[in-house]
Design a protein around this ligand. Structure first.
Ligand code: SF4
Ligand code: SF4
Length: 343
């Protein structure tokens, strides 16, 4: 498989990485097997996170005895140094390794979060100490906020940027990706299948293959999915006319209701986490039921307080009908909850 240079880290990673969210849904054995088979396919880049439940531990089991040549990435949502240090220690332990190649600040999407990370006693200080001590090799960041991501890419503080990119969410191509290229920040494309909203891997990856310096990390639940993606990436075929037409149709269809999690709709007077609720279907597809209900129960309860002011909709740059999507997602949650029978 082709290798891609991950910006100034100089790490050479497989042109597709393994996204570690969905293996939480599987049994231990199935998860370990899925990771191992992806390694057999030539995947050398694995991304997980402190917050992905059993993912780090399962990846740790799968890579035992096969660490060499692998580029491991994980992340912590902590903003303060002390918590970040605890998360890193746990990541190392769960993965069963002495060093993690890339450790990222997870979802830094507001100026306040950024300020806390880079401020005194913040997570960046501890990350740099860990780097000096040889526990991590490189420091990256992930985000859902375009403006903040552009600023962070230009800041010189991070070696990689992970941001959503797919043919429905093409905005990063305009300024974020050029900024990353200019500052030699490696770009990792999260949600290449729009968080499970796109079914057609052929179109999604043929489109991404046009940008050979970017590294997509699809969330993988079984090795067959990765086999299909690898075959698409390795084939020389470009998008056909009918695939382009299908891409346009899907982009038009999803574009009317696809939330980019930019949070421009905030602040909500009722403090409703709008983007989380807007993405409920994607969470439903990617997370195990207990996790899904645990995450969304409180959000749905909060959304009951919506006072229908419409302020969010006037701020959304994509003009999404936020209130009606929220209501539909709340109904879907109630239906799922009613039908859920724990194993
Ligand atoms: S319409 Fe509801 S969700 Fe939107 S800003 Fe007003 S209270 Fe918040
Ligand atoms: S609803 Fe609109 S403004 Fe709010 S996060 Fe989604 S895309 Fe951004």
């Amino acid at each position: 498989m082709r290798r891609v240079r991950l910006g100034k880290t100089e790490l050479m990673v497989s042109e597709v990485g393994f996204g570690g969210i969905p293996i939480q849904r599987l049994t231990d054995e199935a998860a370990v097997e899925a990771v191992k088979r992806c390694l057999d396919l030539g995947i050398t880049f694995i991304d997980t996170a402190h917050g992905y439940g059993t993912s780090e531990e399962r990846i740790g089991r799968a890579i035992r005895g096969r660490r060499e040549g692998l580029i491991l990435a994980s992340k912590s949502p902590a903003r303060d140094g002390a918590t970040f240090g605890q998360h890193l220690a746990l990541s190392l332990e769960r993965l069963g390794v002495d060093v993690i190649d890339l450790y990222q600040f997870h979802n830094v999407s507001t100026q306040e979060q950024f300020d806390e990370i880079v401020g005194p006693g913040g997570a960046l200080e501890v990350a740099r100490e860990a780097q000096a001590a040889g526990k991590i090799k490189h420091i990256g960041v992930t985000s859902h906020s375009l403006e903040l991501a552009i600023m962070m890419a230009a800041s010189g503080l991070f070696e990689t940027m992970m941001f959503p990119l797919n043919f429905v969410t093409q905005e990063p191509l305009e300024r974020l990706i050029p900024t990353c290229r200019q500052h030699d920040v490696g770009f990792i494309a999260m949600k290449p299948m729009a968080g499970g909203m796109l079914e057609n891997a052929t179109i999604a990856f043929k489109w991404l293959r046009q940008y050979p310096d970017l590294v997509p990390i699809p969330g993988i639940e079984n090795a067959a999915e990765m086999e299909e993606i690898v075959a698409i990436m390795e084939s020389a075929e470009g998008l056909t006319d009918s695939e382009r037409a299908e891409m346009q149709r899907l982009a038009d269809e999803l574009g009317t209701e696809f939330c980019r999690r930019c949070d421009y709709c905030q602040p909500c007077p009722q403090e409703i986490p709008i983007s989380t609720l807007m993405n409920l279907k994607s969470f439903l597809k990617r997370f195990p039921p207990e996790r899904f209900f645990g995450m969304m129960g409180e959000v749905v309860a909060q959304a009951e307080d919506c006072e229908d002011c419409g302020a969010c909709e006037s701020r959304c740059p994509y003009r999404l009908p936020i209130r009606s999507i929220m209501r539909a997602n709340m109904a879907l949650y109630a239906e799922q909850r009613a039908n859920y029978r724990p194993a």
